[in-house]
Design a protein around this ligand. Structure first.
Ligand code: NAD
Length: 310
């Protein structure tokens, strides 16, 4: 039996960044505008710090300006809102991203709603969510956009396919379902209360898992030849070797997705790996959204980027 084609998110994201770089160079030269992305980081969560550092590095690498606002864990909601308002009115900032999660004492929805919708490069503002639901142009959340690009790199025409999205979060599952509907898929959204999940998945020509449970989706849930996009990022311990059992070595971990990748690749037609699948697309799509935001704010057309990533 032939194994699934592995959809290489790393190289598709690299191509997208190259296209963004060229488009940025062109609008810097012709319009004298340098797109700028501001990231707001509250507290000192190590994972968030790594994400923010990566975002800044990649923003600068495509020729954009990167701005960082770091605030302490105990910052008040009013101070954070004040920081967002300052960025809203700064003409050098075209995109604003507030790194989530925020500390418990801060009302996340209130902060997201304070971001000017035209600068909301995460696409989480209710106005952008509503635009997506209505099929109107707006800023689309980065991870779902990346998933769509990966699916289309393998299946350029999704029209008429049965798509099953597992997960209904506002940042992945719901917006992804809207994007697939706009591509004329027949969309099913499954979630924690869904019954008969394996049977529902077995109908999917395109199966997308966005749950956060290591290797939950088994190979025998997958329709032979289906395209599988794995959004999950789960850190699991690497099984200890006999020598390590003695307690000398530090316990190692690795990243796995929501799909049992090793078994699934014998059944699926194409599949994304974890790491190296959806993950790299998320930041590339953030840069794409920043370019789009800068163009909208300047009243110029967004340069044509290949949505399939090819
Ligand atoms: P979330 O916790 O907000 O949502 C998880 C969803 O899974 C919920 O809608 C829930 O109903 C559903 N679910 C939970 N248990 C289930 C079950 N047993 N059967 C069916 N559905 C079930 O998570 P999220 O923010 O949407 O993220 C999902 C996963 O994607 C996480 O692993 C996260 O780390 C990852 N993620 C990756 C990227 C990326 O860049 N690759 C970006 C965002 C999220």
């Amino acid at each position: 039996m032939t194994e699934a084609y592995i959809i290489d998110g790393k190289s598709i994201a690299a191509k997208l960044r190259e296209q963004i770089s060229a488009a940025v160079a062109s609008i810097v030269a012709t319009e004298k505008i340098t797109p700028g992305l501001a990231v707001v980081l509250v507290g000192s969560d190590p994972a968030s710090q790594v994400y923010v550092r990566n975002k800044a590095r990649q923003t600068i690498a495509v020729g954009m300006r990167s701005f960082e606002t770091k605030l302490p864990e105990d910052v008040s909601e009013a101070e954070l809102l004040e920081a967002v308002h300052r960025l809203n009115s700064d003409p050098a900032v075209h995109g604003i991203l507030v790194q989530l999660p925020l500390p418990q004492h801060i009302h996340t929805a209130k902060i997201i709603e304070a971001i000017t919708p035209e600068k909301d490069v995460d696409g989480f503002h209710p106005l952008n969510a509503g635009r997506l639901a209505l099929g109107l142009p707006g800023l689309v959340p980065c991870t779902p956009l990346g998933c769509l690009m990966l699916a289309k790199s393998w299946l350029p025409d999704l029209s008429g396919l049965n798509a099953v999205v597992i997960g209904r979060s506002n940042i992945v599952g719901k917006p992804l379902a809207q994007l697939l509907l706009a591509e004329n898929c027949t969309v099913t959204i499954a979630h924690s209360r869904t019954q008969n999940l394996p049977q529902i998945c077995a109908r999917a020509d395109l199966l997308i898992a966005a749950v956060g449970r290591p290797a939950m989706v088994k190979a025998d849930w997958i329709k032979p030849g289906a395209t599988v996009i794995d959004v999950g990022i789960n850190r699991v311990p690497v099984p200890a070797t006999i020598e390590e059992e003695g307690g000398k070595a530090e316990r190692k971990t690795r990243l796995v997705g929501d799909v049992d990748f090793a078994a699934a690749k014998a059944i699926a037609g194409a599949i994304t790996p974890v790491p190296g699948g959806v993950g790299p697309m998320t930041i590339a799509c953030l840069l794409r959204n920043t370019l789009q935001a800068a163009c909208t704010q300047a009243g110029i057309a967004m340069p044509q980027l290949d949505r399939s990533g090819n």
